[in-house]
Design a protein around this ligand. Sequence first.
Ligand code: SF4
Length: 295
Amino acid sequence: MIIDNAGGLVFRPPSEARSFILRVTIGCSHNRCTFCSMYKDSKFRMRSLEEIDGIIDRGALAMPFIRRLFLADGDALVLPTDHLIHIMEKCYASFPHLNRIGAYATPADLIRKTPAELERLRNAGLAIVYMGIESGDDEVLQHVCKGTTAALTLEAGKKALAAGMKLSAMILLGLGGKSRTKEHARHTAELVSALNPTMLSALSLIIPQNAPLYEEVQNGTFLPLTARGFLQELDSMLRHMTMKNPCIFRSNHVSNLLPVGGTLPKDREEMLADLEAYIPQADDIRPLLNDTGNF
Ligand code: SF4
């Protein structure tokens, strides 16, 4: 649900489907990841508090029943902490049934905030942040210009958890291509095990034609995984994951070849059994559709 006239495409996590989407920024301040085209057509800007207040007022009139609200676009936490707190206080005052606010947060956003600022944000109602880890392998992160390292990502996620926020993390199967799949699987599993996020989603790499990585596929410098390769990589990641506390794991996004899900570590063997039954036939069932490396 959105009331806006800022233009550009709007994205939100699947679990925020019923939320009011409040775009406190337009685009992504980083906007350099070579696999991502989400905000390539949006010029990044932070919206003024006046502009945001007006949207909240109109939203509260049109949809007073809202219970959840999501701060967009790509990295809402890039805003100054005082602005975010002003926005959230106004949201809770304007939507009488509101009980949760969420936002995307990049590792850089979380690193920039002090523990005290993150606690203030949590106390003001920021209950969940969604952080794109993508990979725990520094070589992969550097190759796709993610603008962070595995160590910084771990530190960022731990800060969000320490502040009492739920942390929903995303990893991207296939991001290392054929040449780096083993390292991508192992290092990503190590990172998420050390972090132990509340929720973890494993999406599969889909390369849009306007993403810089598409060019690498075309000139043969990036070799995408086959269907079987994606599932073998997921299998390897799951085997290397050693979370101690329950983590809700999902690999059932529209990009995924086989829906897999459960709570780690409890359901790991069941998920591996599902994968093992499917992997031998995966390339026959889901051959590549074209030379872009996409299904
Ligand atoms: S993946 Fe996230 S941080 Fe990277 S460009 Fe896309 S929205 Fe920005």
